[in-house]
Design a protein around this ligand. Structure first.
Ligand code: AMP
Ligand code: MG
Ligand code: MG
Length: 407
């Protein structure tokens, strides 16, 4: 174990451990067979697996890090169950929480150590994960994160990403996402895939991918995407005309429509696609924080449609209203493919305060500037040809040595 691990590495290590637990909980819900589906909004579902995994992750991380802000997708439910405490602990799905107060729920454990949230709602003791993942703690925290304090951190939790696909049996689209942001910057994260290998009996079921910008990413085999074609991934259940138009503007040879922001970023880092293009305001901060950090840790980029990285401070709006564009390389070229009217329809995100990444390449707005310089008007930029992709791949795919390390 690294001596005296930093706050960020301890949170990451706890997040890996709790994602394993949440993943078990999710699989058990499916095994029991009653998904308990609730419609939160139009085309927006929640199941017992989302609710139970959220309780497990938020309660566990809160117990370990009581002064760190944690926001989860199902907070409305958590807030309802915590309402008797009469404190504004969590943000709701749509609201901003400019002056967030850390919740004080530690005193709510009953004599059996079950977390008693309200008279009807008890979080079982075995939902509380207090272990740390030892593998994570073997690594030394990058210098720029060493002095991070509780109040600098916001944890963004999507207990089950890809709910629509989960209810339809596309199990490998499902991921558990725990993103760690520091001063508004996504810096570390966990993407856990509970049903990885589910169609390959005999192989271990599930896997956990984690990473830190400046350290690398672990738990998967890094591949580079094919150089002779352009493959773009996008939503399969939240598509509309603009989503499709933006994808088509990238002139793809192949379009991969799958569920989950986490799953799509896994396709990117495993070299199965070149870009994730989503011209929609539907994706939220808990969808992108962990994937963005892991993608960035291996040299990729995730921004809005204006080339601005997302801001993950506690007071930001939950929706990524600028859309989502994620790439392993050639970010500026893909940005340059997006027609002006689509870019105009997407809001400009408020940029996160720059962390001093100390020599680590921070991609973002600069890519768009480069695209403009190279191609004149961004709207007139030509689509990336396979040759150009191949050419820039060799120069921009600087994979840290440790990326292929398996857990
Ligand atoms: P998808 O690629 O459709 O799986 O979307 C990625 C993430 O964004 C998932 O968590 C979705 O629930 C969320 N999302 C995207 N679009 C919408 C939408 N129109 N309404 C609700 N959630 C959405
Ligand atoms: Mg999600
Ligand atoms: Mg979700």
């Amino acid at each position: 174990m690294a001596s005296n691990p930093s706050l960020v590495m301890r949170i990451l290590s706890a997040s890996v451990a709790v994602s394993n637990r949440a993943s078990n909980i999710i699989r058990n819900v499916l095994t029991k067979g009653d998904l308990g589906i609730v419609e939160k909004g139009k085309n927006d579902l929640q199941t017992e697996a989302d609710r139970s995994a959220q309780r497990c992750i938020v309660a566990s991380l809160h117990k370990q890090f009581p002064n760190v802000a944690i926001f989860g997708e199902e907070d409305e439910m958590t807030q309802r169950t915590l309402s008797f405490v009469n404190k504004p602990q969590y943000g709701t799905l749509s609201s901003c929480v400019p002056h967030w107060t850390p919740p004080k729920i530690l005193e709510l454990y009953d004599k059996n150590q079950n977390l008693q949230l309200d008279p009807q709602e008890t979080i079982p003791k075995d939902f509380i994960e207090l272990n740390f993942d030892e593998e994570v703690l073997k690594h030394t925290c990058p210098e720029y994160l060493k002095d991070t304090k509780d109040e600098d951190v916001v944890i963004w939790v999507d207990p089950l990403d890809g709910t629509a696909e989960f209810t339809q049996g596309f199990l490998d689209h499902v991921t558990v996402l725990i993103g760690i942001s520091v001063k508004g910057n996504a810096v570390a994260g966990v993407v856990h895939q509970p049903w990885f290998n589910f169609e390959k009996p005999g192989l271990p079921l599930g896997r956990c991918i984690w990473g830190v910008i400046g350290l690398g990413a672990f738990g998967f085999e890094r591949e580079t995407p094919p150089s002779n074609k352009v493959i773009v991934t996008t939503s399969r259940s939240h598509s509309d005309r603009m989503v499709t138009e933006a994808v088509e503007a990238c002139n793809p040879d192949e379009v991969v429509r799958v569920g989950g922001a986490g799953h799509k970023v896994l396709l990117l880092i495993e070299g199965k696609v070149h870009a994730y293009v989503f011209a929609s305001k539907g994706c939220k901060k808990w969808d992108t924080c962990a994937p963005e950090a892991i993608l960035h840790a291996v040299g990729g980029t995730l921004t809005d449609f204006h080339g601005i990285r997302m801001n993950y401070s506690a007071d930001v709006q939950r929706k990524n209203t600028g859309g989502v564009l994620a790439t392993v390389a050639d970010h500026g070229k893909f940005l340059g493919c997006i027609p002006e009217h689509i870019r105009d329809a997407m809001d400009k995100s408020s940029p996160a305060p720059e962390l001093d990444f100390k020599g680590i390449v921070v991609c973002g707005g600069a890519d768009l500037e480069k695209a403009k310089q190279n191609n004149g008007q961004v709207s007139a930029a030509k689509n990336p040809s396979p040759e150009e992709n191949a050419e820039s791949k060799s120069s921009s795919d600087k994979v840290p040595n440790d990326v292929n390390t398996k857990l």
